[in-house]
Design a protein around this ligand. Structure first.
Ligand SMILES: [Zn+2]
Length: 392
């Protein structure tokens, strides 16, 4: 009971700093219970109270209860094909510090990646005295993750098969930095969806399909507020639904998967740019689109059409309330939406007035780090006293 109450107070404070009265109102607890909970969380070093700047209105403003910035954090790791990011993410879902390394890692071994992770973790202070209390580490990978043993079953664009990556990262960090952390791992689209649902554009929406695009295209289906796992836990691999049977071969071994038409390489090829150019090439593409480059705009239009064809099918099957597009789609969506919407109009089935909004994700380049951290933070904050006392 007390543990649940502590968790619900933190749940409110993770969204915003509020007065004690607002905490009482939103949790439904009594004032005296709340006083005890606030004292206990302050004792744990998780929260404090600050006096806001006077507003000019009569009377003194009430103090706000807030999370102590940087007191507790999760180590977050985003292994994408063209960029490795390692960061510290606080309880409020904000990144405290991030280290990034660009470069094609499509043939890098899991061991080499784990070594790079440890090195970058050290660079952002893990193992030093200035590091916040870490309650664990979370990893986002572009592949299928088996929940039972946290193995990466397959990550086609990394060339990984059956890799115990969470274990490998935990072992490498312990050996190289002397820090013992429990490491969780999840699919990048699932973690992007988790981050957007908690802190971004998906807040408060019950049925959402989140689609993450870069080299590969992943998806996560949220039904009535919870991730739909499917029979084996691998639901949502929308990037590998066949959309063009006469299209290009996919890294998964099939032909004409959705990601071969809407993934980064297809888009860059259409725009006449280096398909292996990674995030720098995508930045150049965004610049080209902003300045009205006709070849870039045509490439985005064509990609938008393929996106629309796939989304129309997903509407007919899943009937979501909202599509959230993340990764490289986030900055590019405004330049694709006209062609995308035209496909949706043409292919939709059902009442004319029925439309499903397609919106860009909100959390930007750090979304997967925030999602990877949330995997750890959400569980730790369900038992804050345990997490803080034992460090995760
Ligand atoms: Zn495929």
């Amino acid at each position: 009971m007390r543990q649940n109450n502590l968790a619900s107070v933190l749940d409110v404070l993770r969204r915003e700093s509020v007065t004690r009265s607002a905490l009482v109102a939103s949790t439904g607890l009594t004032r005296s219970t709340m006083a005890g909970l606030v004292a206990e969380l302050a004792e744990l070093g998780l929260i404090d109270e600050i006096t806001p700047v006077a507003t000019g209105r009569p009377g003194r403003p009430s103090p706000l209860v807030r999370l102590v910035p940087g007191a507790v954090a999760a180590l977050a790791i985003d292994v994408s094909v063209t960029r490795l990011s390692v960061g510290l993410v606080g309880l409020d879902g904000r990144t405290i510090s991030v280290s990034e390394r660009d470069g094609d890692r499509s043939n890098e071994s899991p061991h080499a990646t784990a070594d790079a992770v440890a090195e970058m973790a050290q660079r952002i202070g893990v193992g030093s005295d200035s590091c916040p209390l870490l309650v664990g580490a979370g990893v986002a990978v572009p592949g299928l993750v088996r929940e039972r043993d946290a193995h990466v079953v397959v990550a086609p664009n990394l060339g990984w098969e059956d890799v115990a990556f969470a274990e490998l990262v935990a072992g490498t960090i312990e050996r190289r930095l002397g820090v013992c952390l429990s490491v969780d791992i999840g699919n990048e689209a699932d973690l992007g969806a988790l981050a957007e649902a908690r802190f971004g554009v998906g807040r408060g929406t019950r049925n959402v399909v989140y689609i993450h695009g870069d080299i590969g295209v992943g998806g996560s289906i949220v039904v009535d507020g919870a991730r739909f796992p499917g029979g084996s836990g691998y639901a949502g691999e929308v990037g590998h639904m066949v959309i063009n049977p006469y299209g290009s071969p996919c890294r998964c071994g099939a032909r004409g998967c959705w990601e071969t038409e809407v993934g980064e390489r297809a888009l860059l090829t259409r725009a006449g740019l280096d398909p292996t150019g990674g995030s720098a090439a995508i930045d150049a593409l965004v610049e080209g689109a902003v300045s009205g480059d006709p070849i870039v705009l045509a490439a985005l239009g064509e990609t938008g059409r393929w996106l629309g064809i796939g989304l129309a099918g997903l509407i007919n099957v899943l009937d979501p309330d909202l599509f959230v597009l993340g990764g490289m789609f986030e900055p590019l969506l405004p330049f694709m939406s006209e062609c995308l919407e035209a496909e949706l109009m043409e292919r939709r089935f059902g009442p004319v007035e029925r439309t499903v909004p397609v919106v860009a994700a909100e959390l930007g380049i750090d979304a997967l780090l925030i999602g990877a951290a949330e995997l750890v933070l959400a569980r730790a904050m369900a038992d804050p006293a345990g997490a803080v006392t034992f460090g995760g």
